[in-house]
Design a protein around this ligand. Structure first.
Ligand code: NAD
Ligand code: UGA
Length: 438
């Protein structure tokens, strides 16, 4: 990219979204500074160490540092005047009542305003309720001591963990919520190398596009999980139902996999935030309350199925394969594994877990918990177990030698929480098999 096409970008918040966006913007030719107030994180990043597990992120991080398009800072104030566009990508966690906690967004907006001297585009990248852009603008005006001109833009992010680089570089669409032609021009310049349809709207529409998209995907998952509970009761197979439904182009095949439900840092939080936001606006999003409820109930199914097979949980050894909320990430935020393993431990089972990358993060959630062991392999976890439970469909679990597993387990029983295995093959191999909705 020529210097005239390259934009000076800062990204405040170097988590999954901020770091991936920063690395990808650098990769397409912009000069990027990633900022975070977590000193340890910035220290690691400055040394070229990637603080999260995300396929290919480590390589691109090192490459762009070496090619001098990517650098890091612990201070918002230091980067403001070195940037034309400043992205806010901090966390927006749920409060106890389910509403979105915007204190980090507000703090960053305030800090930017305090040191701003020339025109900037302030980009809201974090997922936020509608009308947050207005609030950012209001705060920026309040602390803009130098009266510097600025525009606020909403540019929601649709990447998925585990596929983050691919999703960022080849998105289905790019959305800008803008209020001025000048800001739109800068946003188009930033995203020019990325080929995707661009939707330009006002800020509130753009904010709602993000919430509506996540809530719709969550609704699809809860819908198929609800159907799976009926399927199971009549002897139908949810995998065939999903396949046949998904072939209808109006329905689409994605996000129709029944299982232990959705986890992660976004769907549960964003569904709750949408419910809360609508309530504040005088509208009851009852449909999403049900989506959330079905998802909570779905996690309980694993222990119920275990009880059906081994009757009493107390004193039994349960192997758990997979801890992360989905494959190809070490993220455990809101992972179904946490609730399920807590229930097993509270029922006095002894639990032996294995995950290819999320073990260290899991140890931090359950430090020194009695009856919880960490295995070196799926086989190590299964040794002497009265049942094995699959909670994350890592590809490694697709290569398991079930002949070997059958020999080392106490009882050859598998609860397949993601409908990952060929049911008939496992039954033929002598396993007691329970999937979800089949
Ligand atoms: P994260 O928790 O991984 O990262 C947020 C980062 O912001 C942290 O490193 C934190 O230290 C930093 N931070 C907080 N306050 C700060 C401040 N005042 N100054 C500097 N840094 C600060 O969060 P995430 O998963 O990257 O999510 C960020 C936002 O993007 C959320 O609103 C989320 O809903 C949204 N989002 C996430 C994903 C995803 O896949 N994780 C996808 C799309 C959108
Ligand atoms: C999700 C969205 O897919 C992204 O578009 C969005 O940007 C992101 O949230 C966000 O806003 O943070 P992510 O949470 O990374 O991405 O992961 P998904 O692949 O969507 O999976 C979420 C959860 O749903 C996982 O626990 C997964 O196991 C579960 N899931 C997914 C199902 O149970 N069934 C399915 O058919 C699909």
């Amino acid at each position: 990219m020529s210097k005239k096409d390259s934009v000076r970008i800062s990204i405040v918040g170097s988590g999954y979204v901020g770091l991936v966006s920063g690395v990808c913007f650098a990769e397409i030719g912009h000069r990027v500074i990633c900022v975070d107030n977590n000193r340890e994180k910035i220290k690691k990043l400055k040394k070229g160490i990637c603080p999260i597990y995300e396929p290919d992120l480590d390589r691109l991080l090192k490459k762009n540092i070496k090619e001098k398009r990517l650098s890091f800072s612990g201070s918002v104030r230091d980067v403001v005047e070195k940037s034309d566009a400043i992205f806010i990508a901090v966390n927006t966690p749920p409060r106890a009542d389910g509403s979105c906690d915007l204190q980090y967004v507000e703090a960053v907006a305030r800090e930017i305003a305090l040191s701003m001297r020339s025109y900037k585009v302030i980009v809201e990248k974090s997922t936020v309720p509608a009308e947050t852009g207005k609030k950012i603008k209001q705060t920026m005006k309040l602390y803009n001591k130098n009266n510097a001109p600025f525009d606020v833009v909403s540019n929601p992010e649709f990447l998925r963990e585990g596929h983050a680089i691919g999703d960022f570089m080849k998105p289905d669409r790019i959305v800008f919520g803008v209020e001025s032609e000048k800001a739109e021009k800068i946003m188009r310049k930033i995203y020019k190398p990325i080929k995707a349809p661009v939707i330009v709207t006002n800020i509130e529409t753009s904010e709602l596009i993000k919430h509506a998209s996540n809530s719709f995907l969550a609704t699809k998952i809860s819908f198929i999980n609800a159907v799976s509970n009926v399927a199971e009761r009549v002897g139908a197979d949810i995998k065939d139902i999903s396949k046949a439904m998904g072939l209808d182009k109006r329905i689409g095949s994605h996000f129709l996999d029944a299982g232990v439900g959705f986890g992660g840092s976004c769907f549960p939080k964003d569904v709750l935030a949408f419910i809360h936001m609508a309530q504040n606006l005088g509208y009851d999003m009852n449909i999403l309350k049900e989506v959330y409820r079905i998802n909570r109930e779905q996690r309980k199914i694993v222990v119920e199925k275990l009880k059906e097979i081994i009757w009493n949980i107390e004193g039994k050894k349960i192997a758990v394969w997979g801890l992360a909320f989905k494959p190809d990430t070490d993220d455990l935020r809101n992972a179904p594994s946490i609730d399920i393993i807590r229930e097993l431990l509270d029922s006095k089972a002894s639990v032996c877990v294995y995950d290819p990358v999320a073990m260290d993060n899991f140890r931090k959630i359950f430090p020194n918990r009695k009856n919880l062991k960490f295995a070196r392999s799926p086989y190590d976890a299964a040794k002497g177990a009265d049942a094995a439970v699959l909670l994350t469909e890592w590809s490694e679990f697709g290569r398991i030698d079930f002949k070997k597993v059958k020999k080392i387990m106490n009882v050859a029983a598998i609860i397949d929480g993601r409908n990952f295995y060929d049911k008939n093959k496992l039954i033929k191999a002598g396993f007691i098999y329970r999937g979800i909705g089949r």
